[in-house]
Design a protein around this ligand. Sequence first.
Ligand code: CTP
Length: 402
Amino acid sequence: MAYSHVGRNKVLLGVSGSIAAYKALELVRLLVKRGLEVKVIMTQSAEEFIRPLSFETLTKNPVVTSLWDPLASDSINHVELGSWADVFAIVPATAETISGLAYGQANNEILATALITRVPMMIAPAMNTNMYTHPATQANLQILKSRGVEVIEPIEGDLACGWNGTGCLADVYEIQYRILRALTVHDYADKKIVITAGPTREMIDPVRFMTNRSSGKMGIALAKEAYLRGADVELIHGPIHVRVPAGIKLTPVLSADDMKEAVLNSFTPEVDIVVMAAAVADYKPKHAEDSKIKKTGDWKSLELVPNDDILQVLGEKRGKDGSPKLVGFAVETCDEEQLIEFVHQKIARKKVDLIVGNLAHESLDRETNHVWIVDKIGRSEEVSTTYKSRIARKILDFVHKL
Ligand code: CTP
């Protein structure tokens, strides 16, 4: 499955000589799995830590290891690779590589390529804490940042040298997303999006609650897609497992009331789009008991009261200029014809711009979905069953046209 819908999928990876070089293998595996084409350049000191064959096996491409590589006999590799790539990432970047980049040196293949290429560059430093925090390294990083090089900051942890501190290579999951973001067209740059995801939990007593089958995967997919497309994203989520890039702000909540409060807190004039993908509970127990309800009692029924409809509150609250854009979901258990009817009813009732209709058996707790995207002026698009990441892409394409 190819990653990019705009044809940008070529990653040139420079690996310099740090013990963290082995983590670049996992990064390559993740990128290749997404359908990206990866070519690797290694410095000779990187070869002391890891063999080129490992990268060759994963990328199915030859690895360039020296300016005088025999593979380069019929072409000048750094010239060719520099123009082949869509993005150039150096992972890990040692203090020496960072210094070489800052001062425009060209004495190895990575540095020479960095001078040749004009594609976006990013570096993920990894080194001993004192080397990283040394004013010389920090000054070099400043020089690179001022030239537009993206620095994926190292994290704190146990370093191979036995020290503990900042200098560990950033998490490869994080680096992966930074590379994907650099490859993606930022049609949502300068847009602030609030997205909700997952179920809510309505407490009955301290050990029991009412909830639903939502996994939150659709909302999470939307948040990641919006992040990759350059948006400033906040994900307000119910109790679900969430792993998203660090650039996405996470606001965890439990109940529908908590979610309403969090959404209203974030409902500021700066917000451009709100997407309610959460399966908000329609009802909650009238009273949540303070202590566990015992089975010796005569508990026979539970009195419920309705929760506020968050989307409807937003529809009534937003400005006359129609800002922010409001997007909702409709999950139903009916046939397609009735689903579309419910979708139109919800657009009108909640005063929103767009509703994504889907069927419970095709969407809840699944990796895939099948949706009907309908806007308030009647434009619509059916997206047949595919991964939620692709559905998210289609939804945001549609929202962009609103
Ligand atoms: N929604 C909300 N607040 C609620 C209930 C729903 O904001 N208390 C939002 C959902 O996040 C979704 C949309 O409203 O975007 C439609 O939710 P859905 O459960 O399909 O429909 P309901 O409005 O709950 O109506 P019904 O249960 O009658 O289908």
